[in-house]
Design a protein around this ligand. Structure first.
Ligand code: JDH
Length: 233
């Protein structure tokens, strides 16, 4: 999979080259390219923002650098290349979920456009749709200062679903069998730590009893913390 990221803060993504995803990169499974949007400006001050038409607070990202970025990363009539999926993180987007991650993990080429300020001139999304499938996606119902942190989270969630990225494929198999409940609690040695014993059933060797206990814990925790998951929302 190839991933291109466009941002005015490319160094945000240095962390992605470490750890889990760094290994996938080294193995050639994930081809990650981070670009500075200002590379596609031509004025002395490398300007990427301007005042909003119609008035209002703050600044809006101007369309021209984004147009050139898209021309470079998602060329028209791709020479045999598949059209990329072009993702703009946005507080006004569809919610990013594990299902979104699973769907995007099947794509050959993802392009992420990170906005800042009050967002990007709306015409950029329309232009991008001539170059690929455009998705406006929100990380969650809270306000961030820009798309970078959202894109980091999305790439981490997508990246670990690409075969060969997560070290232990068994953990992915287990996840794929998940049923929309919160996970059960985990314990390791020592069996008693600072007066806190591990639940006895886990030391019993009774696999049926362990499975039943874990399921009970999942249901109890989901009811307490995420009743929306049980309501089938
Ligand atoms: C991308 C810029 C900052 C801040 C509100 C301003 C109407 C709009 N889950 C998520 N939360 N936030 C983002 C996200 C935030 C971003 C950008 C993603 C680019 N920002 C920003 C406040 C507003 N808006 C304009 N007014 C006319 C209210 C953007 C995100 C994700 N994913």
């Amino acid at each position: 999979m190839r991933i291109d990221v466009v941002s005015i803060f490319p160094s945000y993504f240095d962390g992605l080259t470490l750890s889990l995803l760094g290994k996938a990169r080294d193995a050639g499974i994930l081809d990650l390219h981070v670009h500075d949007l200002r590379e596609w400006t031509h004025d002395r001050h490398r300007t990427v923002d301007d005042t909003p038409y119609g008035g209002g607070a703050g600044m809006v990202m101007k369309p021209e650098p984004w147009g050139e970025a898209l021309d470079a990363l998602a060329p028209a009539e791709g020479m045999a290349d598949p059209r990329p999926t072009i993702i703009f993180p946005s507080p006004a987007g569809e919610l990013f979920t594990q299902r979104t991650a699973r769907e995007l993990a099947t794509r050959e080429h993802l392009v992420f456009g990170c906005g800042r300020y009050e967002g990007i001139d709306e015409r950029v999304f329309d232009y991008a749709a001539t170059r690929g499938e455009v998705r406006l996606i929100s990380l969650g119902d809270y306000v961030l200062n820009g798309g970078e942190v959202a894109v980091m989270a999305m790439i981490e969630a997508i990246g670990r679903l690409i075969p060969g990225v997560v070290g232990n494929p068994e953990s992915l198999v287990e996840e794929s069998h998940e049923d929309g409940l919160l996970e059960y609690p985990s314990y390791t040695k020592p069996s008693v730590w600072r007066d806190r014993p591990v639940p006895e059933v886990l030391l019993s060797g009774n696999h049926g009893a362990i499975a039943a206990w874990r399921r009970e814990q999942q249901l109890e925790r989901t009811r307490a913390r995420r009743p929306d998951l049980l309501a089938g929302e």
